[in-house]
Design a protein around this ligand. Structure first.
Ligand SMILES: Cc1cc2nc3c(=O)[nH]c(=O)nc-3n(C[C@H](O)[C@H](O)[C@H](O)COP(=O)(O)OP(=O)(O)OC[C@H]3O[C@@H](n4cnc5c(N)ncnc54)[C@H](O)[C@@H]3O)c2cc1C
Length: 357
């Protein structure tokens, strides 16, 4: 139920094991929403450092990003860091022929039923197994199986300008939205996606989002030393970040965001969404138990939540101290160490401090 990243990864894997799934999608085509850029960062899924190679080699799922990330510029209120290395990938999502969901759709052989009105309850009666992959946690919540930890909003735009497609930028500066951040992901040398992401906390609800967006946009133009031209806008509000209590109930599997793919620290969810789809298929094929396979992902989610609560205690002065460290030789080697999972260790170290709160 749902032909997004997790649902399609599940369908492809089932087919590879000789099972023909029925795929139901509420929209009239794949990726039928605004176009945006998303990324997969290597540091977030260690020890896997190359997610594109991982899905190809281990799962026969082929993803074509628009570029690999070879340099990342990070700006705080008054500091800047430059991190070099193989840091991840950038890809299209939404209504674009190269969007990941369209790429996956081309690898699925079974028919996809578009404009589906089938409810979960109806599918449950008709099929042996149901994979809930609707991307929004609605059914998971309705079944009292979802713990929402926070909701976030993302205000973004497609912009044109002069970009290095291998170099995205991030802004860690709470002057625009409290505990939020901004990023610019180039999709080509002339087009990029500029986004301001922020938690829906009361201190942000009181702010004029359009005014804050305007200030953020001016800062980005200043930092990049060029006027950016906005070609389209989007605004996602109340996007839930949380995790299911049980990954499998009876013969129903919760995958993607319905599992808890969206990580609270920075809001990345693509990698886990794909993996949960694959793991649900493994279970259905008798190749593993979904609850067990997803245990490491559940731990990553909880670690990511610890990190989110920790960064929320920081202010702009702290961020000005941290950002130069990221760009130092020491910071780079921690971020890029192949086997050392810096975020897991940081979460481990912070956990007692955060739970005492
Ligand atoms: C603006 C934005 C930026 C993001 N940036 C990043 C990023 O940079 N990196 C990253 O890793 N993650 C990012 N994410 C998160 C990432 O996109 C999600 O975690 C991931 O797509 C979740 O996959 P999914 O399969 O759960 O849902 P989706 O890929 O969203 O797919 C859900 C599908 O289910 C369909 N559907 C919904 N309801 C029904 C129904 N009742 N019946 C049938 N079909 C239904 C939908 O139409 C959709 O096709 C971002 C999210 C947003 C919104």
């Amino acid at each position: 139920m749902g032909a997004g990243l997790s649902g399609l990864a599940c369908a492809i894997t089932l087919e590879k094991h000789g099972i023909s799934p029925a795929v139901f999608e509420v929209r009239e085509r794949l990726g039928d929403r605004f176009v945006n850029a998303e990324s997969m960062l290597s540091i977030l899924q260690k020890p896997i450092t190359d997610p594109v190679a991982f899905f190809a080699e281990k799962n026969g799922i082929y993803l074509k990003p628009t570029a690999s990330i070879q340099r990342l510029l990070v700006f705080s209120q008054s500091q800047k860091a430059e991190i070099e290395g193989s840091l991840g990938f950038i890809n299209y999502r939404g209504r674009h022929e190269h969007a990941f969901e369209r790429q996956l759709g081309r690898q699925v052989k079974s028919a996809i039923q578009y404009r589906s009105k089938a409810t979960y309850e109806e599918l449950l009666m008709e099929y042996t197994h149901v994979v809930v992959a609707t991307g929004d946690g609605e059914y998971t919540r309705k079944m009292h199986n979802f713990r929402t930890d926070l909701t976030v909003s993302l205000k973004g735009a497609m912009v044109t300008g002069d970009f290095d497609r291998y170099t995205p930028c991030a802004w860690l500066d709470y002057s625009y939205m409290e505990k939020g951040y901004g990023y610019l992901l180039p999709l080509s040398d002339t087009e990029a996606n500029l986004v301001m992401a922020y938690p829906d906390y009361p201190e942000n609800d009181r702010l004029d989002v359009d005014e804050r967006w305007g200030l953020f946009y001016e800062r980005v133009c200043r930092d990049l030393r060029q006027p950016l031209r906005i070609t389209s806008h989007f605004h996602v509000t109340g996007y839930p970040i949380g995790i299911c209590r049980r990954a499998r109930i009876g013969n129903t599997f919760f995958v993607g965001n319905c599992f808890g793919a969206l990580m609270p620290f920075l809001g990345f969810g693509q990698f886990t969404a794909l993996l949960t789809g694959i793991y649900a298929a493994y279970d259905i094929c008798g190749k593993g138990a979904y609850e067990e396979l997803t245990q490491p992902l559940r731990r990553s989610y909880e670690n990511s939540l610890v990190l989110r609560r920790a960064v929320e205690r920081l202010d702009n002065e702290d961020l000005d101290r941290i950002v130069p460290v990221l760009g130092s030789r020491w910071g780079e080697s921690i971020l890029q160490g192949k086997s050392f999972n810096a975020l897991r260790w940081l979460a481990f170290a912070l956990r007692p401090w955060m739970t005492k709160r």
